[in-house]
Design a protein around this ligand. Sequence first.
Ligand SMILES: [Zn+2]
Length: 160
Amino acid sequence: MPGDERGVRSVERGSIGEDMSERYFPDGMPPPLADTTTLPWWQAAAEHRLVVQRCADCQATRLPPSPVCAECRSPEFDWKEVSGGGSVYTFTIVHRPIAADQALPFVIAVIALDDSGGIRMISNLVEVECDEVEVGMAVELVWEDMSEELALPRFRPRQS
Ligand SMILES: [Zn+2]
């Protein structure tokens, strides 16, 4: 399994049925690796739940996951599920492939997540023409099942 030699491991995905999502990126994309701090986030993602880490003492949210609250230094936390709605905070258009057979160009965006306590996360915009992307564009979450074990959150223009 990739990464074992560095003391990290990839995520085993729970069974969520036979239906796999639409695919936007090729299998050869470098997979993310989980550690003890981030594993619960990846496990939630595998169940198609987008969560942010929330301090149990001061309620400040954070992402990516970290062991200690940056606001109050508390090590206590829980996980808050968010809707996946949001807006484009900023973005870039990439013309060089990361993996073989990758469609170009593609969009990397920072998404300001709704109802998340101000969390912004880096992801990809899909189902959109690159020249249509704008700062402030309303987006919604779409899961991409990269394999039976790994689901990644992407975003597309809000459809509803
Ligand atoms: Zn805190």
